[in-house]
Every structure is written in structure tokens, then in C-alpha cells.
Design a protein around this ligand. Structure first.
Ligand SMILES: Nc1nc2c(ncn2[C@@H]2O[C@H](COP(=O)(O)OP(=O)(O)OP(=O)(O)O)[C@@H](O)[C@H]2O)c(=O)[nH]1
Ligand SMILES: [Mg+2]
Length: 452
């Protein structure tokens, strides 16, 4: 990483734009001197919020009334001396404070540099630092909870326990290797395989969790499709919670794709409303139908809407047959009399009755969408793993453990088994950042916003 860790750095820590309060953060060996210089040389007692006047060192004019807080190393976010100046949330003023701090010798912080320092000084491990970025980026409360759990160290704890078990097993195998003449084994064959099974079970559980977690973190696209007038746009509006799409009784109302981000059972879902699928009557509709089909290609889930109050036609059957899984069939307008029953060929678990008009069935539909996307019924706890990087490493560690298990079963030498165990440990250490490369760090911290 190109960050010089002993510079004193400064940045605005609050989001761009106007606000009640804006915070400028200064971190590094000169933080206290610089902070104090900005408030006319007033002393800043550690861990106290000091009310002070921000003074322009040139003319002596009072620029703002602020509250400055001093955190002394290592008891700060970054682990070095930190001064936080809370001023009024004016972008002009905050920029002025930053430039005054720079005149006093601070350097503008790079995006993610504060958190990078926290990692460098051992305040956070890499998985926790990544959780900070996830927490800041979370768009649903469940995403925020999953990120916070990781920041609290749940993932780190799970990885550490697995790592300790592998270490323990490796030590026993190595000891047996060092004293071969005694014919003594520090770990009996059943003990060894029990230890491997436990490790494998833990990694499997993490990987399962991780697949659902990825969906939670990254979100997914759900496309609403079906024949004209089926009630797609009405359902779209009901799920969005606003009259976003035009709804009329004219078939072919929706022409273009409408896209909204919604929170469905904690998942960030990109919901797409499309034009009704039929033989198009004009070029505009033809383009709409083409876009609707393309959208379906990239969707993680298709929500096929079929009007329950109108006869089920051959077109509807064909559309359902052509819609690849995963899919859900929303039988719409359940407030009206039903004139058909679902086809025996359809999986009953795919079918949800719903009324956009009364809201009946919406909750079940939301749950069914979330369950399909995550392949799990509900979120009792947020998943321990949400990040693809971590998931890929867990998969790699699982492979190494599988090889070790297969080797043991086939009577491989302890050396060979130890090689695989060592590989698994190295991979796990990349999750917490005990092993890391500059490229990896640059990649991870590039995601952060300025001032974090
Ligand atoms: N009774 C009842 N009518 C509904 C319901 N949902 C939609 N409708 C009516 O069905 C008609 C078509 O609704 P839309 O939501 O525009 O249908 P669409 O599938 O988007 O239609 P296109 O955009 O033309 O493909 C409108 O007259 C709606 O008022 C419902 O749950 N109950
Ligand atoms: Mg529509």
C-alpha cells in the first residue's frame, strides 16, 4: 500500500453536502498540535469534548464554534492520536478546516486510510475492516446487522476456532512424525479423523451460510413478467410501496423497463417491471417485449404474474413452461373470483395467490421471494459470511481439508496430510489478513469512501 502510516492525515468524515454537524478527523503523531492550532492554541484534554472557537490563524477571525474531541493513541479508531472536530455541517466551512489542517502539516487522507491504519495497528483484522465498508454501504437493516456482527468479530471468531483446531491437529501429527521410533502416535486414527470431521463440518456450515450471505450483501434482480393486463405493474407498485408504474385497464400499458431497489425481507432486491408478453402491436411495444425477455435472462428470479380472474390460456401455460427456474407464479387479483386452478404440472410451492388491490398474500410473496433467492426459509440470524472473497477462501480451505481427509483414509503419510492442513491454515489466514499482499490490501481499501 502506498499509504505512509506515520503521516498525520486529515479528511471530512461526514457525508458530502450540508448537515446539522460535520466532522473533520485528524489522525497521526501531529494530530494534537494541529487540532490545538486550529482552535487558537487551546488545550485538548484526552477523552473530553472541548467547546472552542475555530480561529483563522491569518486574520484571527472566528470561523465557527466547534467541539473538539481528543483520542490518545492507542485508544482511538485508527490506533494513533486522533482529533475530531465537530463543526456546523457546511461543506465550505469543512473544506476550510481541512485546508487549515493541511497548512499546519497534515496530509489529505486517501479513501479508506483511517480504517487501513486501524488494520495496520491491529485494532481490526481484515475481515472486520471489510465489515466497516459493508456497514457503511448497507441498504437494508439486515445487511447492516450482518456487517455489524462481522465487525464484532463473529467471522473472525469462527475462523480462529477452525484455525486453532487445524493447528492442534498439525502439531500432533508433527510430533508423531518427530518420534517415529517410539511408534507412538500423539493422535490416534479415530481422534485424527474426528478432528478432521469437526473442521470439515465447521467449514461446510460457513460455506452454506456464505451462499445465502452473498445474496444478502450483493442483492439480486427479480423480474416481473407475464401477459398484458395480468397485474404486473400493480404488483410492482405494491412491492415498491409507491405508485411508481402506470396502471390502466388497457393491455400493453407498460412499454419500458421500470427498475426500483426494494427491501424484501432484508434483502436488497432490484425489482424490474416489464411490458406484457404478447405479439406486439407496434414498434414501441415490440421493443418493450424484447427488453422484457432480455431482463428475464439476467434475473436471479422471475415472478410470473397470471390473472386469476381471467381464463388461463394456452399463452399463459406456454409462458410458464418457458420460464426457467427459479421462478414464482403470482396468481393475481385474488380479491376477484378465481376462474381456474393451477396446473397439476406446476410445483405447488411455486404458486402464490396475491392481490395488489387489498394487499392479501403480499407478505407470503415477499417471504417466498426471499426464500428462493437465499435457498433458506428465513433469517434467524444474519449469515456469518457475506463477502465473496471470504467465501472463496473458505471453499479453498474446504478443498484442502477434503484432500487431507481423503489422504488419511487412503493411508497417506503424515507429511502429505500435514501439507494439506498447512495449506488450509494459510488460506484461512488470508480472511483475517494475518497473511496479505499489498495488491489485496489496495483492492480492499479502494472500496472505502473518503474520510473512512
Ligand atoms: N381487482 C383487482 N384488479 C387488479 C389487481 N391488480 C391489477 N388490477 C387491475 O388490472 C388491470 C391491469 O393492471 P396492470 O397492473 O396495469 O397490469 P400489467 O400486467 O402491468 O399490464 P401491462 O402493463 O399492460 O402489461 C388494471 O385495471 C388494474 O386495476 C388486483 O389485485 N385486483
Ligand atoms: Mg404494466
Amino acid at each position: 500500500m502506498g499509504f505512509a502510516p506515520d503521516d498525520t492525515i486529515v479528511a471530512i468524515a461526514t457525508p458530502p453536502g450540508r448537515g446539522g454537524i460535520g466532522v473533520v478527523r485528524i489522525a497521526g503523531p501531529d494530530a494534537e498540535r494541529i487540532g490545538s492550532a486550529l482552535i487558537g492554541g487551546a488545550t485538548l484534554a484526552p477523552r473530553y469534548a472541548t467547546f472552542a472557537k475555530l480561529i483563522d490563524p491569518d486574520g484571527g477571525a472566528v470561523l465557527d464554534h466547534v467541539v473538539a474531541t481528543r483520542f490518545v493513541a492507542p485508544h482511538s479508531y485508527t490506533g494513533d492520536d486522533v482529533i475530531e472536530i465537530s463543526a456546523h455541517g457546511s461543506p465550505v466551512l469543512l473544506a476550510e478546516i481541512v485546508s487549515l489542517a493541511m497548512r499546519e502539516g497534515a496530509r489529505l487522507a486517501e479513501p479508506g486510510e483511517f480504517t487501513f491504519r486501524a488494520y495496520l495497528r491491529g485494532r481490526l483484522d481484515l475481515a472486520q475492516a471489510e465489515a466497516v465498508a459493508d456497514l457503511v454501504d448497507a441498504v437494508t437493516p439486515l445487511q447492516a446487522r450482518a456487517a455489524m456482527d462481522q465487525l464484532e468479530g463473529t467471522l473472525t471468531g469462527a475462523i480462529t476456532r477452525i484455525d486453532a483446531a487445524i493447528f492442534d491437529l498439525s502439531a500432533k501429527l508433527e510430533a508423531s512424525l518427530d518420534y517415529p521410533e517410539e511408534g507412538f502416535h500423539f493422535s490416534s486414527a479415530p481422534e485424527t479423523s474426528a478432528a478432521i470431521d469437526w473442521i470439515r463440518g465447521q467449514l461446510d456450515a460457513l460455506a452454506r451460510d456464505g451462499r445465502a450471505g452473498r445474496v444478502l450483501r450483493e442483492g439480486r434482480t427479480v423480474v416481473i413478467a407475464g401477459r398484458p393486463n395480468a397485474g404486473k405493474s400493480s404488483l410492482f407498485n405494491a412491492l415498491v410501496g409507491a405508485a411508481r408504474a402506470i396502471v390502466t385497464d388497457v393491455p400493453g400499458t407498460t412499454r419500458d423497463l421500470l427498475v426500483e431497489r426494494v427491501d424484501i425481507e432484508g434483502l436488497a432486491v432490484t425489482l424490474v417491471d416489464t411490458a406484457g408478453l404478447r405479439e406486439a402491436r407496434d414498434v414501441v411495444e415490440a421493443e418493450g417485449v424484447k427488453r422484457a425477455r432480455n431482463a428475464q435472462q439476467v434475473a436471479a428470479l422471475t415472478l410470473m404474474v397470471i390473472d386469476g380472474s381471467a381464463p388461463l390460456g394456452a399463452d399463459d401455460r406456454a409462458l410458464v413452461a418457458d420460464t426457467p427456474a427459479p421462478r414464482l407464479i403470482a396468481v393475481s387479483k385474488s380479491d376477484l373470483a378465481r376462474v381456474w386452478a393451477p396446473e397439476p404440472a406446476w410445483d405447488a410451492r411455486d404458486v402464490v395467490d396475491v392481490s395488489a388491490l387489498t394487499g392479501a398474500g403480499l407478505l407470503e410473496l415477499r417471504r417466498a421471494i426471499a426464500a428462493r433467492l437465499t435457498e433458506q426459509e428465513d433469517w434467524r440470524d444474519p449469515p456469518a459470511i457475506t463477502n465473496v472473497r471470504h467465501l472463496a477462501l473458505v471453499d479453498e480451505a474446504r478443498e484442502a481439508i477434503e484432500r487431507a481427509a481423503a489422504g488419511l483414509a487412503a493411508g497417506a503419510t503424515e507429511e502429505l496430510v500435514l501439507t494439506d492442513l498447512g495449506r488450509a491454515r494459510r488460506v484461512l489466514e488470508e480472511i483475517t489478513g494475518r497473511r496479505s499482499t499489498d495488491d489485496l490490501l489496495a483492492h480492499i481499501f479502494a472500496r472505502f469512501c473518503l474520510g473512512k
